[in-house]
Design a protein around this ligand. Structure first.
Ligand code: NDP
Length: 440
């Protein structure tokens, strides 16, 4: 058995999300919300004024008993093929190798960076399938027609995977030289000793099968790319039904596609993100990556298939400009911090810390503590605005994302206070705003 508490793996003493009640509420509530949102934007469900016509019995009509999902071969084959093929691509396609941040035992994990090869392969597969099926693409139609059912399969898959991840975090790890065993590195926030809490937050920091890193894979491949495919499936369905494509759904698909592939192609940026460096891999990330991202971030495209909108030229230009502004802030602020940390921008003002690293308080990082979050949120708003103002449902993404980013900022602040002590207070005096300059 691996050692649970010790200098390498300190016991987690503070609980987030209001402790066990909170994590149980999220673990049950968010899957339910994902199912309901998908059902509400269903072609055969009355959508306009969705709240005034809210009929839970009608919504639940199409949901089958759990056993039906657990034993449905067709759905499982579809999803596991998607997951498995991407995993095979991830392991076999060529790429560079990069080191992650230094871990508590002084080692660094090596990651294969092959987003370019993966994107090229995926584009080639889609083009070949398009050619072979003369544009019919039955796989995309299946995804469109069975969206809620596949969403439920990913929820079950996330549950099962996170139980295994939790259990395996107690098994001894083989040393790289094959001799003896070594201690798992656990997450600083998922090692309370309470099984429910640790299962949710994730006990082990970087669960791996050989060199295959499950957390980075799930963060960047099966969920993110399924979000894009869900959008393409909506666009494709709309085209097959009407023979045309409205500019709103085209904007949403292209803009979100750009965002997805920006993430997939700049995967090294992920190696320093809180999800990889701090959080364990448990139900929280498994559900977020595999269900929440592909099935609730794709609601705009789904809505625009059910209720097509044609945007005016000036309004569309405004949305493109808003997305471009958000992307510019998001991308250049993330780059600025990364370049600064690599010693490339020595002229920018910063605070020296006892920890040895410098805290930038100039440029984007002088305007607020997380200008990158603000840029990211503006991007999300441009997508929601593309759905017009007929239902609040399609604004779910911006609202949820605002809550996620504020919560993330608070978590990061707590961790930085612990990491930097008094130096963080100096930084807060120099940069008082958290996310939005002059507002918050
Ligand atoms: P940040 O990129 O803001 O990184 C925070 C960390 O950076 C801190 O813990 C600290 O770590 C370091 N840091 C903080 N302030 C400074 C400073 N002034 N100077 C130098 N280093 C500093 O946060 P995230 O990792 O959470 O997010 C990265 C990106 O991912 C963001 O753009 C975010 O919008 C995006 N994102 C997108 C999501 C989505 O679902 N679309 C979900 C979550 C994030 P240390 O000092 O230890 O290096």
């Amino acid at each position: 058995m691996s050692k649970e508490v010790g200098p390498l793996n300190p016991r987690t003493t503070s609980y987030e999300f209001n402790g066990i009640t909170g994590v149980l509420g999220i673990a049950l509530g968010l899957p339910l919300l994902s199912i309901v949102l998908n059902q509400m934007i269903r072609p055969d469900y009355y959508i306009e004024g969705a709240f005034s016509n809210f009929d839970i019995a009608e919504l639940w009509n199409h949901i089958k008993p759990l056993k039906w999902y657990l034993t449905n071969r067709e759905l499982w084959t579809y999803y596991l093929t998607w997951f498995g093929v991407l995993a095979i691509f991830d392991v076999t396609l060529p790429g560079r190798t990069m080191e992650g941040v230094e871990l508590r035992d002084g080692t660094k994990l090596r990651y294969k960076i092959n987003g370019v090869a993966l994107t090229t392969t995926l584009a080639a597969v889609l083009a070949i399938r398009w050619h072979l099926t003369k544009g019919e693409m039955p796989e995309l139609q299946y995804l469109y027609d069975n969206q809620t059912d596949i969403c439920i399969i990913t929820i079950i898959f996330g549950f099962i995977m996170s139980f295994f991840l939790y259990a395996f975090s107690f098994f001894p790890l083989l040393k790289a030289n094959g001799r003896g065993t070594k201690e798992h590195i656990l997450s600083v926030s998922g090692n309370t000793g309470n099984p429910v809490y640790d299962w949710f937050i994730g006990r082990e920091l970087n669960p791996r099968i050989g060199p295959f890193d499950l957390k980075l894979f799930c963060e960047l491949r099966p969920g993110l790319l399924l979000w894009f495919l869900n959008n393409v499936a909506c666009l494709h369905h709309h085209y097959l039904q009407t023979g045309e494509v409205n500019n709103a759904i085209l904007f949403v698909t292209l803009a979100q596609g750009f965002y997805v592939f920006d993430g997939v192609l700049n995967e090294e940026g992920c190696l320093t993100m809180m999800d990889i460096t701090t959080d364990g891999f448990g139900y929280m990330l498994a559900f977020g990556d595999l269900t929440l991202v592909p099935f609730t971030y794709a609601l705009q495209a789904r809505y625009l298939t059910v209720s097509p909108i044609v945007l005016t030229g000036p309004y569309l230009s405004f949305l493109v400009a808003l997305m471009a502004l958000g992307y510019y802030i998001f991308h250049s602020s993330n780059n600025q911090k990364s370049h600064f940390r690599q010693g490339k921008l020595p002229h920018l003002k910063s605070i020296d810390t006892k920890r040895g690293t410098k805290l930038l308080c100039d440029g984007w990082w002088g305007m607020s503590q997380h200008m990158n979050y603000f840029g990211d949120w503006l991007i999300s708003l441009s997508w929601c605005l593309a759905t017009g103002f007929q239902t609040p449902l399609t604004y779910y993404y911006s609202l949820y994302f605002a809550a996620l980013l504020i919560h993330r900022q608070k978590r990061d602040e707590h961790l930085c206070k612990v990491k930097y002590g008094d130096d963080w207070k100096k930084y807060e005096t120099a940069v008082p705003y958290k996310i939005v300059p002059f507002i918050y």
